[in-house]
Each structure stands twice: as C-alpha cells, then as structure tokens.
Write a new protein. Structure first.
Length: 161
C-alpha cells in the first residue's frame, strides 16, 4: 500500500485544490505527493491508501505521549480519531469544497500504553448530505481490541476564491 512518510515529499508541488476531488487530494497525501501538514510531524502516523468514505491510519504510541498515569494521553487518541475522520470526510468532497470539523466526541474503552504496538485508526463516513458529513472512528490494537471510538460531524463549505 502507498504510505505517507514522515518526511515532506521531494519536489512536492501543491496542485490547485479547487480542481481536485477530496478523494484525489487524500490519495495524493497518501502517495507522498503533497507535503504533510505540520501537525503530522508532531503526532506521526502513516496514511494508507484511502477509499471514498474510509481512511485508515497506522500509528505507534510513544513514551513522549504519556500522561501522569503512564498511559497515552487522551489528547493523542482524540487527535488521531479527529484526523482519520476528517480525512474520511474529505474523501467524499467534490472539487472546490472544504469540510471543517464541527464537533468530535470520543469515548475511551481501554488505556493505550507506550508499548501497545502499532494501532490502527479508521475513520468512516456514516452519512453525507449537502451540508453535513457524519462519521465514526475507531482505534484498535493489532489483535483487534478496541481502545477508543468516536463520532464527528463536518460541515461542507465552498472554498473561498
């Protein structure tokens, strides 16, 4: 599968986003043909090749993300879920559309530890109307155990000139 590496893409040129569908944009990110946003440097993950309405990330929790309880801080889980769900929402947009997150809710099922190994974060579109995209997301361990899940809504908007 094509992956998004930690390093910025060599010779990456930003295409005219207004001409790309959301799925084309997310695929270019996954292929490393667009530079990663700065947030992806802070909380690294691998973006697998997306499908329309479904985005999968792979990430390793690290000791630098631990809280005072020596578990991975909930903000890490919330950010990973928000990222996967927002990219899934983006993957169903038409050219010249944006979809900022309106709200995200996360439920924590079991703690994530620094040695939990590779985690899979999946964001899926549940519903897409003209103005609202509703999503759900999950963080699972390699053995399929659920660590956190969430829902999100994104608001569909036109790009400003």
């Amino acid at each position: 599968m094509d992956e998004l590496s930690t390093a910025p893409a060599a010779n990456s040129q930003r295409p005219n986003l207004a001409e790309l569908t959301g799925l084309e944009f997310v695929r270019l990110l996954a292929e490393g043909r667009l530079q990663r946003p700065p947030m992806a440097e802070l909380l690294p993950f691998t973006l697998l090749t997306p499908e329309a309405g479904v985005v999968t990330l792979k990430a390793f929790p690290e000791t630098r993300f631990l809280n005072t309880l020596r578990t991975v801080h909930g903000g890490w889980s919330m950010t990973m879920l928000d990222t996967a769900m927002a990219l899934a929402a983006h993957s169903v947009l038409e050219p010249a559309q944006l979809c900022p997150t309106h709200e995200t809710s996360v439920k924590f099922v079991r703690p994530i530890l620094a040695d939990s190994g590779e985690l899979t974060i999946v964001g899926k579109v549940i519903s897409r109307s003209r103005t609202v995209i509703t999503l759900d997301g999950r963080i699972e361990s390699a053995d399929g155990k659920l660590h956190a899940h969430g829902t999100s809504t994104c608001l569909v908007q036109g790009m400003k000139a």
